[in-house]
Design a protein around this ligand. Sequence first.
Ligand SMILES: Nc1nc2c(ncn2[C@@H]2O[C@H](COP(=O)(O)OP(=O)(O)OP(=O)(O)O)[C@@H](O)[C@H]2O)c(=O)[nH]1
Length: 301
Amino acid sequence: MTENTGFRSGFAALVGRPNVGKSTLLNALLGEKVSIVSSHAQTTRNKITGVWNGDNAQVVFLDTPGMHKPQSKLGEAIRQSTIDALEEVDLIVFLCAIDDPVGAGDRYILSLLENRKVPVILVLSKIDLIPKEQLLLKIAQYSRLYDFADIVPISAKTGDNLDELMNTIKKYLPEGPKYFPDDMVTDQPERNIAQEVVREKLLIRTRDEVPHAIGVYSEEFREEEDGRIYIRCTIYVERPTQKGIIIGKNGSLLKAAKKDATRELKKILGAPVDLDLWVKVSKDWKNKDYILRELGYKEHK
Ligand SMILES: Nc1nc2c(ncn2[C@@H]2O[C@H](COP(=O)(O)OP(=O)(O)OP(=O)(O)O)[C@@H](O)[C@H]2O)c(=O)[nH]1
C-alpha cells in the first residue's frame, strides 16, 4: 500500500549532557510523569520511551542517559546503550542548557553523532534563565560546532516554544504508521518506574552524600487480590557507611523516602502500594556484570 496519508511518525532520541533538562522536557511534552526529574546529575539510567500523539503525527521518544566519558563498567554500559539507541532512530534531538557554557561535554557528544546519517536538531533549553539578547550569541556559538538541521530555543519550565519544537520535529519525520495506540504514554515496565521513583526519593533525601553509589532493583512486583500492589526493592550501595546514611538515624531516612515513594507510586499506578525496601552492601556493584543485568542495564544472556 503506497497511498499518501500524510501521517508522519518516527523515533526521536533525546541526547545531551547530564542535567540539561531532558526528563523535564519529555514530561512537559507528554504531560505526564514518565521519567524522573531531580536536580542531581545522571539520574536517568534506563531508556524510557514516551509517545507523543499530535494531529497527523506520532513521535516516539527515547530518553537517553546523560552522556559523558565512562569511568566504570556501569558508565560504559550506559554509554553503549545510548549509542545503540542512536542507531535506530529517525531523528536526534540534542539538548543543551542555555546557562551552561559550550564545553568539552558537548563536543564529546557531537563527536559520537558525527557519523550518523539522521538529522540532528539542536534544542537550547532553559531559556527562561537568560535575557533574550544573549540567545543569538549562543545560537551562533553552537552552529559553529555542528551542522544542525534546525535550532529551537525552548523552556520546558514555562512551556515557551514547545509547539514550535514539535512542529520542527514533525518536519523531519518520514511518513509512517501509528506505532502505538493513542492512549499509550510510556512502555516502560511498571517495575522500572517503581525503581526509578525509589531511587529519586533516596537521592533527594541523601543529597550529595551517596549519589551514584545507589542502584535500586525491584525484585518483586505483584498485584494482590484486593487490588493493592506489592513492590519489594533492593537498594545496592558500595560501602557499609553508605548503608548507614541511607537508613538514617533509627531508620528515619529510609522510612521517610519510603513514605514519599509510596505516595508517588500510588498516584502513578492508581492503586494502593505496599513498598518493602532492603539495603544491601555490594562492594563494587557497578562493576559486577550480574548485578548490572539484574538492574536492566545489560541484556540478559
Ligand atoms: N529554569 C529551568 N530549569 C529547568 C528547565 N528544564 C529543566 N530544568 C531543571 O534542570 C534540572 C535537571 O532537569 P532534568 O530534566 O532532570 O535533566 P536531565 O537532562 O533529564 O538529567 P539526567 O537525568 O541527569 O540526564 C532540574 O532541576 C529541572 O528542574 C527549564 O526549562 N528551565
